[in-house]
Design a binder for this molecule. Structure first.
Ligand code: FPP
Ligand code: MG
Length: 330
């Protein structure tokens, strides 16, 4: 769970309780009478880390109601929080197949333990359960919106695959890829969390923009950690973007701002998969700092997008949540 300042206990304490209920709903939904399936579900429950998406969903519900914590008892809001986490889990299980990753959240990935067929099917089981659970909320428009989110997510991954090994990938296309594959789901947590809690349209939109900008910042930090983090701290296989021919923001900035000789060396290192050489070049340039500065700008813009709305003291928690996204090292 994300550490929330104890000064905000009026909201943080019931939020912690609601997150406990979300975990119970999650586990109940994917429970299977077959031990083979149940074992996999137990394994995937370990993937639950910071619970960023359910936390934002619940907190957006409180915010949309001007800081009223009683909405945290809403079964529909809790179910929505479980749905977004389940969608996220499904994408991670599939993503690890695509990336051929061995480690996630300090443990082995499903594909490395059980192979790709099992991981693909487990991802399918999770996405299917997510929509089964979403349908039980009984709001067809909500389910339709969630469907649009998962369509967008898949498009983001497909566009990313299309640009594999593309050294000409520009900033705008990179931004569109990460918006689709990551930010749109985080935006939905804000927008739909507010909506299920009965918030006004304009407030829900602002919370949606807050989440989307947070999602962009989150993915940029994730891409930086993939380049300069280590397995022990980050808890998942690093260096995969380069190995999989994915150009991310630090590389785009390095190639864009470098003189001809650095450009040629960087391209050569990228093509040959020389991550040590590339990291040295990135460190000698200001590309990683500029990428991090872009993530900070997104967080600041996220905070601005919810200014002027009556969110009560939940505004402070949303600010803490935003800061945690860029301050993290895992
Ligand atoms: C992480 O990227 C990946 C995503 C945010 C999206 C993955 C989506 C899919 C694989 C599509 C499958 C969709 C459904 C609906 C099941 P990353 O590899 O940069 O992050 P990582 O460092 O956490 O691996
Ligand atoms: Mg990955």
């Amino acid at each position: 769970m994300i550490d929330l300042d104890p000064r905000h206990d009026r909201i943080a304490a019931p939020l912690g309780e609601a997150l406990g209920s979300v975990a119970t709903i999650f586990e109940g939904q994917i429970r299977s009478e077959y031990p083979a399936v149940a074992d996999l579900c137990t394994h995937v429950a370990r993937y639950r880390g910071k619970m960023l998406r359910p936390t934002l969903t619940l907190l957006s519900g409180v915010a949309a109601r001007g800081g009223d914590v009683t909405v945290l008892e809403s079964h529909d809001l809790q179910r929505l929080a479980a749905v977004v986490e389940m969608i996220h889990m499904a994408t991670l299980v599939h993503d690890d197949v695509l990336d051929e990753a061995d480690d996630r959240r300090g443990g082995s990935t499903v594909n490395s333990l059980r192979g790709n067929e099992t991981a693909v099917m487990l991802g399918d089981y999770l996405i299917s359960n997510a929509f089964h659970l979403a349908a039980s909320i009984g709001d067809a428009d909500l389910t339709e919106r969630l469907g649009r989110v998962t369509n967008t997510l898949c498009e983001g991954e497909l566009v990313q695959l299309h640009h594999r090994d593309d050294l000409g990938l520009d900033f705008q296309t990179y931004l569109e890829i990460i918006r689709r594959k990551t930010a749109v789901l985080v935006g939905a947590c804000g927008r739909l969390g507010g909506r299920v809690a009965g918030g006004e349209e304009a407030t829900c939109e602002a919370l949606g923009e807050f989440g989307e900008r947070l999602g962009i910042a989150f993915q940029v930090v994730d891409d930086i950690l993939d380049l300069e983090g280590d397995l022990e701290t980050v808890g998942k296989t690093v260096g995969l973007d380069l190995r999989k021919g994915k150009l991310t923001l630090p590389m785009i900035l390095l190639l864009d701002g470098s003189d001809a000789s650095v450009f040629v060396d960087a391209v050569e290192s990228f093509r040959s998969g020389d991550s040590t050489g590339l990291l040295k070049m990135l460190r000698e340039s200001d590309a990683i700092d500029r990428a991090r500065a872009f993530a900070v700008e997104q967080v600041e813009a996220a905070i601005v997008s919810i200014n002027g709305f009556d969110l009560g003291d939940s505004q402070d928690l949303l600010r803490d949540l935003a800061a945690a996204v860029v301050e993290r090292n895992h």
